[in-house]
Structures are given as structure tokens and as C-alpha cells.
Design a protein around this ligand. Structure first.
Ligand code: AKG
Ligand code: FE2
Length: 339
């Protein structure tokens, strides 16, 4: 039976059986660290070498950071959040026109993660959109709510620019030329996931999204300004990433981990749910073009360092990623060299 969209409005008093994780896999919410946080970086900092050293530290020791003064207006962030909320409130008939559980579809509304493969579902609906080149995909995006295409396409353009700026800073922080990563990754694809996590009757038994790493190069996440839910693994402990006003959360994906020869980390993260409030997040993923060959630059291995991963194309990697369950071993493990 097809999984049901949670946003279609059935209220659950108890968590349905097929969302309940076995005891050993539950989120242990009382053990999460709430009062520590990931680095917060001000991108308007005029001291560029200080900025680069902050980026280097954040990418190496957290794999995650938040940015403020990132160049995207507060109003644009608010509009995207609002339109995402409106989207998930559309009538069932409108939403079901977009429903698909086929991960290869470029525009689709779905639920959980990979409903055809997984045995336990996650407390999430999501709209996944390919966003680049915009002119190619825009005509196929949802035409409701009315301003969806306008608002989301403006945001996509802004996020892409921010992503390139960050890739430049990341290149510099690795001692590479500013344009290095952008050149290697080719004409990058851009995908978006609008995640909707409704209130959940038993949040300690399930996830919005279980622990995973992002398979792409760089992720820019706009998270709900009111409701926390994102958590990041650091030194074997889960840390809550509490929302900071107007900040965007940045995380290193598997491709930058590979490209930096393991220096920068694509870390495990997850989204948990709660009883009282719905939560939304909008993730933008910059992805290498499918034929891009990912491997460490000469500069990072010239002092005799061993390449940790074999070279691969993004196409090969992405297929492998979607053929697995989300919470298996780090997908990069499968690409390690045999030394
Ligand atoms: O909802 C969140 O905060 C996390 C979303 C996420 O990790 C993803 O979409 O890959
Ligand atoms: Fe993620």
C-alpha cells in the first residue's frame, strides 16, 4: 500500500506501528546536548584571513556552521518559509497530483525518505525539486500556492550565489585557488527539499529524518525560526542546532569530504520531531554535475598523503547513495582505497 502523506491531515493519537523504531535505534532525546552550538560565522567580516580560518575550523571540526550577513534578505527567507507552509496546507487533491515515490523523478512530493525501500517510516513529508537550470524546471514546479514559483525561484538564485561564495571560501581555506572547487564540480546541479514535520504523538520513538550524511557537495539549510529539530553528531554526542535569527545552516556534504581528502567532514545529522509544533525546513543542495570526477587535488596529496577515497563520478556516487537505506554506514566508506 502506498504510504500516506502525513500532511493530508489525519490526526494520530498514537504513533502508527510502521513508524516505531526498534528500541536500540531510538533518538534518546534526553541525552541531546542543547546548550552547546555549532560555529556561527559572520560573512560580512572584513578580515578575510580571519573569515577563512573560521571556515577552516568549522569545516574540519564540525562539518556544520551557521552563517549570518549572508546576503539573502530576511524578507526573502520569510517568504520561502511561508510559501512552504502554505504548500503543505493545500488540499489533498492538489498535493496528490505531485506525489511519487520514485527517487529518480525531478519534481515530486513524497513522504518519509525512500518508502519503497525502508521498513520503518519517518515522520516527514517532503517536496523535492530540481532547480537548475531554472528555466528547464520552473514550468513543472507546483503552480499552487499562487506565488510559489516566484518566491522559490528568487530564493534558488540567491542560494546558488551564496553557495558559490562559500565554495570559494572553502577552496581558499584548503590552500587552493578560490575557483578550484567550482571548476572541478562542473555545471552544478541544484536540488531542493522542502521538509514538513507535523506534530508527532510519540517523538521519542521515531525520527523526522534519521541520521544521515548529505551525498552532495554543500547544503544550505533554512530552518524553522521557531521550532528546533536539527541535530548534529559531534564526538559521539548529538548537539541541537538551535535556530539563530536570519541565519542559514551550512553543511559539508560527502563530495567535499572526498575532495578535501577527509580533512573536512560530512557529518551525521538528523531531524527529530515533537508533540506540540509542526516544523519546516528548506534544504538546498549543490551537487557536482553528473560527470564530474571527484578526488583529492594534487596539492592535498603532494606531501605523500595517501588518497583516502578512489576517484569516482558523481553519477556513480549518487546511484549508490539512493540504492541504500539512509541510516546505513557512511556511503563514502564504499569508495575507500584499498591501502
Ligand atoms: O530538517 C532538517 O533540519 C534537516 C534536513 C536535512 O538534513 C536534509 O534535508 O538533508
Ligand atoms: Fe541532510
Amino acid at each position: 500500500m502506498a504510504a500516506q502523506l502525513l500532511s493530508n491531515g489525519v490526526l494520530h493519537k498514537r504513533l502508527p506501528e510502521n513508524y516505531i523504531r526498534p528500541e536500540s535505534q531510538r533518538p534518546k532525546l534526553n541525552e541531546v546536548i542543547n546548550d552547546s552550538n555549532i560555529p556561527l560565522i559572520d560573512l560580512s567580516l572584513s578580515d578575510k584571513s580571519l573569515l577563512i580560518s573560521q571556515i577552516s575550523y568549522a569545516c574540519h571540526s564540525y562539518g556544520f556552521f551557521q552563517v549570518v550577513n549572508h546576503g539573502i534578505a530576511k524578507e526573502d527567507l520569510e517568504k520561502v518559509m511561508e510559501i512552504a507552509k502554505e504548500f503543505f496546507r493545500l488540499p489533498k487533491e492538489d498535493k496528490m497530483e505531485l506525489y511519487s515515490d520514485d527517487p529518480s523523478k525531478k519534481i515530486r512530493l513524497s513522504t518519509s525518505f525512500n518508502v519503497k525501500k525502508e521498513t520503518v517510516h519517518n515522520w516527514r513529508d517532503y517536496l523535492r525539486l530540481h532547480c537548475y537550470p531554472l528555466e528547464e524546471f520552473l514550468p513543472h514546479w507546483p503552480s499552487k500556492p499562487t506565488f510559489f514559483k516566484d518566491v522559490v525561484s528568487t530564493y534558488c538564485r540567491e542560494v546558488r550565489e551564496l553557495g558559490f561564495k562559500l565554495l570559494g571560501l572553502i577552496s581558499l581555506s584548503l590552500g587552493l585557488e578560490e575557483e578550484y572547487i567550482k571548476k572541478v564540480l562542473g555545471e552544478q546541479e541544484q536540488h531542493m527539499a522542502m521538509n514538513y514535520y507535523p506534530p508527532c504523538p510519540q517523538p521519542d520513538l521515531t525520527y523526522g529524518l534519521p541520521a544521515h550524511t548529505d551525498p552532495n557537495a554543500l547544503t544550505i539549510l533554512l530552518q524553522d525560526q521557531q521550532v528546533a529539530g536539527l541535530q548534529v553528531l559531534r564526538e559521539e554526542k548529538w548537539i541541537a542546532v538551535n535556530p539563530v535569527p536570519n541565519a542559514l545552516v551550512i553543511n559539508i556534504g560527502d563530495q567535499i569530504q572526498a575532495l578535501s581528502n577527509g580533512r573536512y567532514k560530512s557529518v551525521w545529522h538528523r531531524a527529530v520531531v515533537n508533540t506540540g509544533n509542526e516544523r519546516l525546513s528548506v534544504a538546498s543542495f549543490l551537487c557536482p554535475c553528473s560527470t564530474a570526477i571527484v578526488g583529492p587535488p594534487k596539492k592535498l596529496i603532494e606531501d605523500g598523503a595517501t588518497p583516502i577515497y578512489r576517484n569516482f563520478t558523481y553519477d556513480e556516487y549518487y546511484k549508490k547513495f539512493w540504492s541504500r537505506n539512509l541510516d546505513q554506514e557512511h556511503c563514502l566508506e564504499l569508495f575507500k582505497t584499498q591501502y
